[in-house]
Design a protein around this ligand. Structure first.
Ligand SMILES: Cc1ncc(COP(=O)(O)O)c(C=O)c1O
Length: 421
């Protein structure tokens, strides 16, 4: 059971001294289930010019000849190649792209979305910043799994949010469960939010429909806002007949869940810096107000090009890339006996393999020293787990097989030689 000062870790406190804790944080013994609401700090006016810019774009799309004396925006410079000249778009992106993203949810998950609940952002990283600002106030408690993607915890801390790390391991396939969340609440108090990722980084593990439903139910019953990072959807290795071959979207189970996704991984468009959030209706206006002041609009040329992501040819091309990841993954799984490491997370999806180093820890002490020696002596770069799990990550490493079969084959041969030497 959970001991005082037990497993639910508080990272070093936020460097922001003048942040006022919210009511939920101040009152750990809450009796009523609070309804998640927009943060107090998102109660700022939208940047009106950007709202009108959006309205102009909508009217022009509908065929109106709008003369705009609205934005402080010079006429756009002619763009090279086939790109159209680009000015600001609406703060939540162009309507054609928001509609195309909604279409993607229809195709992959059978979910109907209002396109105006789709917010296009500068990568999913931009979505995290806006969503965390919109959903949480300073002092709110937000839970996430450890090991996990470090930017969640680091952005939350920078925003004065109290991060509750849930230590996970093989018993729960490195994912949070209602029982772990109950224990976290017992120890730390009510949670304003829960961030999940499936497939996850660094482990690659996924939540099945049953496990995800249980988390959705738990969040509903506890008034906890669920944020689901689905950036690795589509990079999955399903068995034949799997009813959820791309991953289960939390939006299928709960219209109040916030979904975050991106063009970076499945579509391999990291440098285009485009992602999105699917928002519950009540958060659209608060997030739009923040977005219109913080970034004015996501990049227009990238949005125009991103429309090409949703064609049949594009999906076929990306699925062929995923098939390559599957082959690279199979090489790693086949090499497990020769690597001789410890316990590995089930690598259900993404392009990550996360494993304890087992006997290599006796030789090198920790995964940081192991990774350093491997790079220096064998020119193979792996990530030690400390970034993802500051407590237990010194025992594990993450391999990304996104580099493909040939790179993985060569790396494995070098690792095995290095360990023998
Ligand atoms: C789990 C997860 N979420 C989000 C991101 C951020 O990606 P981007 O900002 O390119 O969309 C990454 C990047 O590695 C990631 O691993």
């Amino acid at each position: 059971m959970v001991k005082p000062g037990g497993p639910f870790k508080t990272p070093p406190s936020s460097p922001l001294p003048d942040l006022v804790p919210s009511a939920a944080a101040a009152d750990p013994v809450q009796t009523e289930i609070p309804v998640p609401r927009a943060s107090r700090r998102s109660e700022i006016p939208a940047f009106e010019v950007m709202r009108i810019t959006d309205e102009i774009a909508r009217r022009r799309l509908a065929g109106h000849d709008v003369v705009s004396l609205c934005a402080g925006e010079p006429s756009a410079r002619p763009a090279p190649g086939t790109l159209k000249p680009a000015g600001y778009t609406g703060p939540l992106g162009t309507m054609p792209l928001r509609e195309a993203i909604a279409g993607h949810y229809r195709d992959w998950y059978g979910v109907e979305l209002e396109p105006q609940t789709v917010a296009v952002t500068t990568g999913s990283s931009g979505a995290f910043q806006l969503v965390f600002l919109t959903a949480f106030d300073p002092g709110d408690r937000v839970a996430l799994a450890s090991p996990g993607y470090p930017a969640y915890r680091n952005i939350l801390r920078a925003l004065g949010v109290d991060v509750v790390e849930i230590p996970t391991g093989s018993a729960t396939r490195y994912q949070p469960t209602p029982e772990l969340l109950d224990a976290a609440v017992a120890e730390r108090g009510p949670l304003a939010g829960l961030i999940i990722a499936s497939p996850a980084n660094p482990t690659g593990t996924m939540l099945g429909r049953g496990e995800l439903s249980a988390l959705v139910e738990w969040c509903r019953a506890n008034g906890t806002r669920l944020i689901s990072d689905e950036i690795y959807h589509g990079i999955t290795f399903p068995e034949a007949g799997d009813p959820d071959p791309r991953g289960v979207s939390a939006r299928e189970l709960d219209p109040e869940a916030i979904i975050i996704n991106s063009f970076s991984k499945y579509w391999g468009m990291t440098g285009w810096r485009l992602g999105w959030a699917i928002l519950p209706q009540s958060l659209v206006a608060p997030l739009e107000a923040l977005a219109s002041n913080f970034a004015l609009s996501p990049p227009a040329p990238a949005q125009e090009l991103a429309l090409t992501a949703f064609t049949a040819e594009s999906y076929a091309e990306r699925d062929a890339v995923v098939a390559g990841f599957a082959r690279a993954r199979a090489l790693i799984l086949a090499a497990e006996p020769e690597l001789g490491w410890g316990e590995a997370a089930p690598s259900d999806g993404a392009f990550y393999y996360y494993s304890e180093l087992g006997p290599q820890l006796d030789r090198f002490g920790d995964s940081v020293a192991y990774a350093r020696a491997l790079l220096e002596r064998a020119d193979v770069a792996l990530v030690p787990g400390v970034d993802f799990d500051p407590v237990a990550g010194g025992r594990s490493v993450r391999l990304s097989y996104a580099a493909g079969e040939a790179a993985v084959e060569e790396a494995l041969a070098r690792i095995i030689r290095f360990q023998r030497g």
